[in-house]
Design a protein around this ligand. Sequence first.
Ligand SMILES: Nc1ncnc2c1ncn2[C@@H]1O[C@H](COP(=O)(O)OP(=O)(O)OP(=O)(O)O)[C@@H](O)[C@H]1O
Ligand SMILES: [Mg+2]
Length: 439
Amino acid sequence: MTPSRGLTALHLRQGHPDFLDLPWHLPLEEWNQKVCSRLVEVPRGLSRHTVVFVSYGADIYALKELPVSVGQREYDVLRGLEDRRLPAVTAVGLTRVRATDRSGEEQAILITQYLPSSLPYRVLFMNRGLERYRERLLDAMASLLVRLHLGGFFWGDCSLSNVLFRRDAGELQAYAVDAETSELHTKLSDGQRELDLLIMEENVTGGLADLAAMVELPSTLDVYATAPSIRQRYERLWTETHKEISISPSESYRIHERIRALNELGFSVGEVDLVASGDGSQLRMRTIVTDREYHRHQLHNLTGVVAEERQAALLLNEIREMKATLTREVNRSVPLSVAAFRWLDERFRPTVSRLQKELGPAADEAEIYCQVLEHKWFLSERAKRDVGLEVAVKGYVALRKEQPALALLRSANAPLVTVEAEAEAEAEPAPAPHREGLR
Ligand SMILES: Nc1ncnc2c1ncn2[C@@H]1O[C@H](COP(=O)(O)OP(=O)(O)OP(=O)(O)O)[C@@H](O)[C@H]1O
Ligand SMILES: [Mg+2]
């Protein structure tokens, strides 16, 4: 096939369109619906470079125009992040174009996969009713930086616009977008981490100050306190993951306790170092944390379901409950893998397929299932008994039909609805207290 005018090279990964039908002969800033019907609008952050989004069926891609060397570097770093399984957007390809208006100068266009169900911070910060996400957003950013630093990633440009957020069962998970200035190392020095934190603080404060000059920020959002608060959260988490504890040789249970505590925070422990003190009466224990996806890996290994970390923790609790029920039923211990299979077959799959039939395809199956679980807990708490999945599904469907915006966001610490459990969602659900939506 002859490449379009303007396109001089195209490097693409398998499993994606060839993108040859795009108007490569024009600089990205000149792309519009007339020249490119694939162009779509999505919520997005600020950027120095031109970034456009195109859709191929249900798949959306982000295209960013950059100088050639910078584009190649960003592509390589994003691939490196993927190899290290760190949370970032996925690089799909890199093109080189010689746009007709640029006196023959070559530019690169980096193609990344649009991160599904992701929201830029502005949407979370600026929409009324979403203030409760602020704390979670700060935690998610701190956690992202800890994870990236543990993985040897020096960002060099951590800012609010360079992070995307995805819902994660009432919390948020953050992903890095934009790695132009980044470097991958085997291990970061304290100096590199400190520099990255300073850059983050400067960017976050600057970004919020700019925003405050343009729009009225929510009263809960302090321009100057936000970045230090992210740093504090980062430092707490970093200290927790690097803490050394002293145990006596008879206290081996404390080794498991420490590992479990880290696992509960979502961290996977790769290695444990035990070093005896001079007289051998004490051991110093140091854990090497590899990632913050402990529950995610476990759920995936057991069921093949891909979920965010907190979603996975909730789903694993359900699987454990099922294990306990099965164990009681057969009066002998049932392996977790057997319970996981039953859960997948009897609960997760039928519920998700029913929700999809009623509400249309869900981009995020684990999240929609977790929303139903939350609804079930809420109704059960009200009824002071377990109302069961069936009632929760019906209630949730009725509510979503009434408030489609819930597809985008869910309540974080408030329940989904304030309906009386007695109504048990069979009847018309009462109006919800927080008709939050993207305005
Ligand atoms: N793969 C993607 N998925 C979802 N959103 C994306 C993706 N790539 C880019 N975006 C959105 O586009 C915005 C701009 O992208 P990006 O940060 O890469 O541009 P930039 O010009 O390099 O930014 P900066 O000014 O920080 O250097 C991001 O804030 C994000 O909201
Ligand atoms: Mg950016």
